[in-house]
Design a protein around this ligand. Structure first.
Ligand code: SF4
Length: 281
């Protein structure tokens, strides 16, 4: 069996930066709190916990005087205010590309636009973007959501960094005839776009795809959707232990891609497992 690894698979700049910050922080402090799992990968989070990075879901629970990290997804202004009030030392790993979305969305609000965020309402990045507009922006997942929304004459759109450019274009096309003025900021991050393009290209030329990454990772799920949409059988796994031999019966070549929060060892284990199948063909 041939194995082809997609270009740009694995950690993106923002996740790598957050992990490096966490590793440095846990060397300097016995205990560091992460406001939510640092990355959407349970295996990596478990490893970080062994180093002293403790997940704290609610900033209200941060002990006064503690050290806490804001992850690459960012956080709303209330988190910064709460940390300051409790003398919590904040290590801010907000990805610069996410910060750019915060700034763009806030600027649109200042300019008087109704702001829509293309994203997942349950995702902390999308929630953080809304928080930076003072709660004035609305999250939409798809053009269908517009049916139940009262639209202002002037509308501006930003997107969660892990959306697809195509989804942003579809929302733009649906909005254009309904509003007088429309501004769209393409805030899908470059790392996401490159990973999606490479995965799509690979999925189109192999008979089976494996997408490695956390089930809660928005960008990994998106990669799995993009690959599956090509019609190529696509298997999203967190670890090599989930792979099943029957998926690859009579398959000569397998494509492998991985989300921006997937550790290199998880990818290597999948590749090693597939490599071993060679002997079973
Ligand atoms: S996917 Fe993009 S925006 Fe998100 S952390 Fe990585 S580089 Fe930053």
């Amino acid at each position: 069996m041939n194995i082809i690894l997609a270009e740009n698979a694995g950690f993106c700049f923002g996740v790598r930066r957050a992990l490096e910050m966490a590793e440095a922080a846990t060397r300097d402090h016995d205990r560091v709190y992460s406001l939510g799992p640092l990355i959407h990968n349970p295996q990596a989070v478990a490893r970080l916990a062994e180093q002293g990075l403790v997940v704290c879901e609610d900033p209200q629970e941060l002990p006064p005087g503690s050290v806490a990290m804001i992850r690459a997804h960012g956080a709303g202004p209330a988190t910064y205010e709460l940390a300051a009030a409790r003398q919590v030392t904040l290590l801010d790993a907000t990805c610069p590309f996410v910060r750019r979305v915060h700034e763009k969305a806030a600027e649109f609000v200042r300019q008087g636009y109704q702001v829509l965020v293309l994203g997942d309402p349950n995702h902390p990045e999308a929630q953080g973007i809304v928080a930076h507009t003072g709660g004035q922006a609305t999250i939409v997942q798809a053009p269908e959501d517009l049916e139940t929304l009262q639209l202002a004459p002037r509308v501006a759109v930003v997107s969660q960094t892990t959306q697809t450019y195509e989804a942003l274009q579809a929302l733009e096309a649906a909005l254009r005839p309904r509003v007088q003025e429309l501004e769209v900021a393409n805030t899908v991050c470059d790392a996401t776009t490159k990973r999606q393009a490479a995965s799509l290209e690979l999925a189109q030329r192999v008979p089976a795809m494996v997408v490695v990454g956390g089930y809660h990772s928005a960008n990994t799920r998106r990669l799995a959707e993009i690959c599956a949409r090509t019609g190529t059988p696509t298997y999203h796994v967190e670890t090599a232990a989930e792979l099943q031999a029957e998926w690859f019966t009579e398959v000569e070549t397998v494509g492998v891609t991985a989300g921006a929060s997937t550790p290199e060892d998880a990818i290597a284990e999948v590749i090693a497992w597939l490599g071993e199948r060679r002997g079973h063909e």
